[in-house]
Write a protein of this length. Sequence first.
Length: 195
Amino acid sequence: MDRKIGGGFTLKAGDRGEFRATFSTFGVIDHDGDVTLPGAFTAGQRVKIAAWNHDWQQPNPGVGVIDADDRRAWVDGRINLDTAAGRDLWSTLKLNGSEQQWSYGYRVLAWEPGMFEGQQVRFLKRLYVHECSPVFVAAGVGTYTETLKRSPAAAQHRMLLAIKAGLLRADIAGLDRQVRQLEEVAAIRAQLGKR
C-alpha cells in the first residue's frame, strides 16, 4: 500500500465535526515523483478518516466520501466528536485551518511510466483509497482543509448576540439623545431663571 502524504479556508457556524479537505491535485508532479490524473478516484467512494499521520494503530476518528473534478480530489468527512481522539483531531484541524495538509493511503489499480515536464514520472490512472489523513507534510501538492462546519445552533446564537448588540447600541444612542435634550432643557431653564 502506498500513501500520499500531502489554500482559502472557511470556518462555518457549536461543532458538528464536518469538513472538506483537498487530498490530491491533478496534473502536477508530487513529492514522490507521481502525477495523478483526473479520473483516478472513484467519486462517491466511502473512506475512513485515519488518525493523525496515517496512524492505523488508533481507531479511525471519522469517515468521509470522496469526490473529484478535473483539477483535484477532495473528501467530505465527519469527525466523531463523541470520542476523545475525534475531539483532539477536530481541535487540531481548527487550529491549523487551511494550512493543514492532507494525505491518503491507497492501492494502485492502474499506472504507466512516462515523461512530464522533462522528468520521468509514474502516471497514476486508477487508485483505490483506503483512508484520508491529516499530516504534518504531504507528498501531494496543494492539499489543505477547505471548510470546517459548525452547528447551526452556534450560528443562531451568534446572530442573536449581534441583534442584541445592535439593540444595545440603539438604546445607548437613544439615551445619549435624551441626555442632550435634558441638558438643553436645563440650559433653557437656567436662561429663563436669569431674567
